[in-house]
Design a protein around this ligand. Structure first.
Ligand code: GLA
Length: 386
């Protein structure tokens, strides 16, 4: 058990007067490539990172639910029989939403005490919300004495997605919860969102003298705001116009774009999805050949598409990408939902310090708060502690 696990357990015991029944951690993620394709039925390539959220759970003999965070002053208290959409708000909604979703699935969940310790930077586009959901889901699953298996995890992933969509109000596509639960150290996770099939893809740029740097721009990012839902709705309406359930089902993208020509916004959104899907396929090929230069070019092309066609970038992300490329990055792009949050850059190890300095200086010149840079190592997925 690490120092942090002990701290969570000690804090839990101090706050609730008894040791937790179970503890779990779940990581945040960066998405290497395949952005805004999960809800379009496409393939994406995220990886779990070492920054995680920790959750401790103890079942109660009544129906009271108390949720606390080591990062927040106030506890939230509710009743397990009355959880659901509209009950909890803010960060609590993600945790309470999971409890609700697991009950909705038919699990016999009594009242419970929950303490979370969130070590994934909030609002950085690194899926702190999925890490919170998945850590609570896995800890509660263990507290209930249920097994941990791939099938159980897939059911928990669905619970987490439901919590985020129906209780927290962010209609996200499932990539983040899936990689947080199923990620494997030293690998990215190729996720086919049409079938749910996952494949581990080796990701060890360190072996080639490279590093993946995350640059958190600290520009506000919240998926429960309207921009994400708007992009998703536009994609769904474009798919409906084209007579398919998901844009990824389109077999002739050129013909589809011609059909959307009278509607420039839908056409741009669809073009991002079509070209991004091609880039994911190319990325898998490049990684199999350990061709990081070609892979890097795909990252940069993905950014341009997200900026110009999908229009989910922002000045801070664009400046970061430009600064990293000028510092010698093989490629760079925004990662995650966009509208702020983080960028990633693939760099020679020798260029990392220059890239950090270049980003910091570019922000300073513009009077922006300094970005926060952290290395991203492909870490393992969620696990029960102890
Ligand atoms: C957020 C969502 C994901 C995905 C990405 C964009 O991270 O939670 O489901 O849609 O944005 O690729």
């Amino acid at each position: 058990m690490s120092h942090r696990d002990h701290r969570l357990r000690d804090d839990f015991t101090a706050q609730f007067g008894a040791v937790p029944d179970a503890e779990a951690l779940a990581p945040g993620r960066v998405n290497l490539i395949g952005e805004h394709v999960d809800y379009n039925g496409g393939r994406c390539l995220p990886m779990a990172i070492s920054q995680s959220t920790y959750a401790a759970v103890r079942l109660r003999s009544d129906t009271t639910v108390t949720i606390r965070s080591r990062q927040q002053a106030d506890a939230w208290t509710g009743d397990v029989t009355r959880l659901g959409p509209g009950d909890a708000t803010g960060w609590v909604a993600y945790a309470a939403g999971v409890v609700w979703a697991m009950r909705e699935r038919g699990l016999d969940v009594p009242g419970l005490d929950v303490l979370v310790d969130g070590q994934v930077p909030l609002g950085a586009g690194l899926s702190s919300s999925a890490a919170l959901e998945c850590s609570v889901a896995l800890a509660l699953n263990a507290a209930l004495g249920r097994p941990d298996s791939p099938d159980v995890r897939r059911a928990l992933i669905e619970d987490c997605i439901r919590a985020e969509r129906d209780v927290a109000g962010a209609p996200t596509g499932g990539m983040d919860q899936t990689v947080s639960m199923l990620g494997r150290a030293g690998h990215a996770l190729l996720l086919d969102c049409a079938t749910g099939r996952t494949t581990d893809v080796p990701w060890q740029p360190e072996a080639a003298g490279l590093a993946l740097l995350v640059i958190d721009t600290r520009a506000a990012h919240a998926l429960a705001d309207g921009g994400y839902a708007d992009r998703r709705a536009t994609c769904e309406s474009a798919a409906a116009l084209l007579g398919v359930s998901f844009l990824a089902e389109v077999t002739d993208p050129e013909a589809a774009l011609t059909r959307l020509a009278g509607d420039p916004v839908r056409q741009r959104r669809a073009r991002h999805v079509f070209t991004e899907l091609q880039r994911v396929d190319a990325a898998v090929t490049d990684l199999a050949a350990a061709d990081f230069s070609a892979f890097g070019r795909l990252l940069t092309a993905s950014h341009a598409s997200l900026r110009d066609d999908f229009e989910v970038s922002c000045a801070e992300l664009d400046v970061t990408v430009e600064a990293c490329l000028a510092a010698g990055a093989l490629g760079a792009r925004m990662t995650g939902g966009g509208f702020g949050g983080s960028a990633i850059a693939l760099l020679r190890e020798a260029d990392v310090d220059d890239a950090v300095a270049a980003c910091t200086e570019a922000f300073d010149i513009r009077g922006w708060r300094a970005p926060r840079c952290l290395p991203a190592i492909a870490a393992g997925g969620a696990r029960v502690l102890g």
